[in-house]
Structure formats: structure tokens, C-alpha cells
Design a protein around this ligand. Structure first.
Ligand code: FES
Length: 81
């Protein structure tokens, strides 16, 4: 599975760095390094939405924040592994 975190300027301002750090620590905690490829990406075209945009394989998920990160991880990533 490939997880792209948008690091375009809008998402960067809305916390891409923090979201990437949360991904790194959760992936390490769950020992998912072999299953998830984490990368940064340029603008996913969803800047108007609050929070950070990410792409999980072909699906774009908007509105990711530090607060809802665990829920997003569980429903869009863990459940699909
Ligand atoms: S900068 Fe992230 S969707 Fe545009």
C-alpha cells in the first residue's frame, strides 16, 4: 500500500509535517514498514478543504488532522491491509 501525504503549500500550512510524523510513529508501532510505503506528494488538488489531504493507493482522503489521525489510520489504512 502506498500512502502519499500532500506537502503542497496549503497542506503544509495545515500540518503535513505533523501528519507525516504521526504516520511514521504509527507505522513503526504497528510494525507495518514492509506493508506501507509513505511518501510526500505535491498538491492533490483539494486545498479548499480543512486539514491535510492524503492519498491511499487510488483514494484521496481530505481533512486529516492530528486530532482525527488515529481514526483515519484505522478506517482507511489498517482495515485495508
Ligand atoms: S496543497 Fe494539499 S491538496 Fe493542495
Amino acid at each position: 500500500m502506498t500512502v502519499l501525504v500532500c506537502v503542497g503549500s496549503s497542506c503544509h500550512l495545515k500540518g503535513s509535517y505533523e501528519v507525516i510524523e504521526l504516520f511514521k510513529s504509527r507505522i513503526a508501532k504497528e510494525h507495518l514498514e514492509d506493508k506501507i510505503q509513505l511518501k510526500g506528494t505535491f498538491c492533490l488538488g483539494k486545498c479548499g478543504v480543512a486539514g491535510v489531504s492524503i492519498q491511499v493507493d487510488d483514494e484521496i482522503i481530505t481533512g486529516v488532522t492530528e486530532k482525527n489521525f488515529d481514526q483515519v489510520f484505522e478506517s482507511h489504512i489498517l482495515s485495508k491491509l
